[in-house]
Ligand binder design. Sequence first.
Ligand code: PGA
Length: 253
Amino acid sequence: MKKLIAANWKMNKTVKESISFVKEFEKIVNEKDVDIVICPAFTSLNVVANEIKNSSIKLGAQNMHFEDSGAYTGEISALMLKEIGCEYVILGHSERREIFNEDDFLINKKVIAALKNNLKPILCVGENMGQRKNGKTREIIQNQLKNCLGNIDKNQILKINVAYEPIWAISKGNPNHKAATAEDAEEGHKFIRSVVEKMFGKNISKNIRIIYGGSMKPENAKELLGMPNIDGGLVGNASLNAKNFAEIVQSAK
Ligand code: PGA
């Protein structure tokens, strides 16, 4: 399966900084064997779309609202993202869940709206440290998948990329933060695949892309991406530097 490496810039990079990243990155990487997605802040989507229009890099957003339009001050819709050139959208990131109180049912509405507008969701799931210590990892992941993937047409499931992001492994901007070990990540991915199999059957579970997020960096990318059930990465902090992000993309080949 073709690997997906997505940059989640979070609330980083001005328009100017976004443009200079893409210019530098495009000089180093011209990779057709890996799906590369850049998810900048909303304010940089337009300029990044323009910069990448002649390359194979794809554009993604970090969030969206579930309605196409309406009285939702401060929100952005799937329709708007599609028009600007987005192909992907990150949904249910743990920072959205924890800081902005998004729950599985809201995220499910967003997944449905994204698919309706032909956007490919990158759906994040994962447990926090307390849940892990209490042996609740599987239960948490299974519930997130069941709720967030409810009421979705089976024919649409393979447009979804699941991102396993154990919350305790997310760097929060600290470059020295420890990622999950490749073995722990692989175990999570295998479990996610088994839940998808129970929900949608073997054919879909075999072909759905499950990517890993949480302190992925040049030093550990090769090992993580070498695991049989890890089909790519959602990269936060290390994606802010063009050289580091390029190295991660190269490790996905
Ligand atoms: P990180 O972020 O790579 O900085 O840990 C990943 C994410 O939160 O998507």
